[in-house]
Every structure is written in structure tokens, then in C-alpha cells.
Design a protein. Structure first.
Length: 219
């Protein structure tokens, strides 16, 4: 009898592990939160939740990169990407952000499913040719890391209303007020926000790299 009970117990444990494992692999949502509000309150929403279909997504955009190519949501479909906001003449936090984004580039240099987007907040100064010169200077991989320029209003609205780049303080600002943020935003293959990180801190990049791998493994 003891042997039978032991066998039943082992079988039950095995089934629990199978069920748990399958659930974890099916719903990567249980691994990383979603961010639906500008205050970046994390929400864990699994695919059978009625709220799943209403998860916040990045609005459509069409911006030009340093190669003169237009980058859109359609091009980034099913890609994981990290977005930030900078300008080439920035003397303060931008050099640190560029250095830290370079670390992400190097970590995933052979992985075409990971992309990087840096939007210029001074598009009137950061033309395609200026961005190309900056990319060459900083050793930026032109196929992986896109430096974006375009209409100021489009970039600023995208930053504040879609990426929540300045958190809640940015929602009430218009495109006449200068955009400045150190945040890196992690976006999944469906255009949803999955993480926010301080782009000036090396330790935050370690966290970001871990989260990117989680999305890849369970996405």
C-alpha cells in the first residue's frame, strides 16, 4: 500500500509540474507585467482575462532613420525593441544613455528579433545626415539601432501619449514644451509596454537585458 501511495503521489506531482509548466510557457504575461497607465503601475494580465484585448499599445508611427529608411510599426511587428529619446547635441544625460544602449546592442548583436529605437527630441536639428554622422561616430549598428527623426509634434505625442516617456507629468504637455527623459522603454512583439528603466544607470541595463531574455523565452 505504501508503494501504491508513493506512486500516486509522484504521479500527482508530475502532473502538477506539467500543468504549471505549460501554463507558464503559454502565458508569458505571467512573467513580465504590462503598463497601461502613465504612472507605470504594473499589471499582470493573462491571455484569457477580458482586459487582455484592451492592453495599451504604441500608436502607429512613421519616422525616418539615419539611413533614410522609414521605420513603422509594421516593420517592427513581432520584434522586441527598446525605445528612448535623445538629441545629438545633448551634453548631459544623453552620452550615458548612448553608452548604455550600446551595451544592449552588443548583448544582442546577433539577434535580429531585438531592435533599438532612439527618437530625436530635436528633429529640427537632427537631420538624417546628422544622425548618420552620429551613428558612425558612436559605432551604431545601422540595421539594429534606428536613430529616428521626423515631425516634432509626431515624436512628442508619441513619447508622451504612447510611451509615457515622461510618466504622468508629460500627459498635460504639448509639443511646444521640450521633451526630456532618461527612460528606456521595453516593447514586446505586439507593441505593448513591458518595462521601464533608467537609461543612465548600468545596473538598470542588467535588469533590462534579463527582461528582454524573458520576453524571448516566454513570448
Amino acid at each position: 500500500m505504501k508503494k501504491v501511495h508513493l506512486q500516486r503521489w509522484l504521479t500527482s506531482c508530475f502532473l502538477v509540474l506539467i500543468v504549471f509548466g505549460c501554463t507558464s510557457n503559454k502565458d508569458e504575461e505571467s512573467r513580465l507585467p504590462f503598463y497601461n497607465q502613465a504612472d507605470f503601475t504594473p499589471e499582470w494580465i493573462i491571455s484569457n482575462d477580458p482586459a487582455y484585448s484592451g492592453i495599451h499599445k504604441i500608436a502607429d508611427f512613421n519616422l525616418e532613420d539615419q539611413n533614410g529608411n522609414y521605420i513603422t510599426n509594421a516593420i517592427l511587428k513581432d520584434k522586441i525593441y527598446v525605445a528612448d529619446f535623445f538629441f545629438t547635441l545633448c551634453p548631459g544625460i544623453c552620452p550615458k544613455m548612448t553608452t548604455n544602449m550600446t551595451r544592449i546592442q552588443e548583448e544582442f548583436e546577433e539577434d535580429d528579433s531585438i531592435k533599438l529605437l532612439s527618437h530625436s527630441v530635436m528633429p529640427w536639428a537632427d537631420s538624417v545626415s546628422v544622425l548618420k554622422a552620429y551613428a558612425d561616430l558612436k559605432g551604431i549598428d545601422n540595421e539594429k539601432w534606428h536613430l529616428l527623426t521626423g515631425p516634432q509634434e509626431e515624436i512628442y505625442n508619441l513619447a508622451r501619449q504612447s510611451y509615457f516617456a515622461e510618466k504622468e507629468i508629460g500627459l498635460d504637455k504639448d509639443s511646444d514644451k521640450f521633451l526630456h527623459t532618461e527612460n528606456f522603454i521595453l516593447i514586446d512583439g505586439k507593441g505593448r509596454i513591458r518595462g521601464v528603466y533608467n537609461g543612465t544607470l548600468a545596473l538598470e541595463m542588467t535588469h533590462l537585458i534579463t527582461d528582454i531574455r524573458t520576453l524571448k523565452d516566454f513570448g
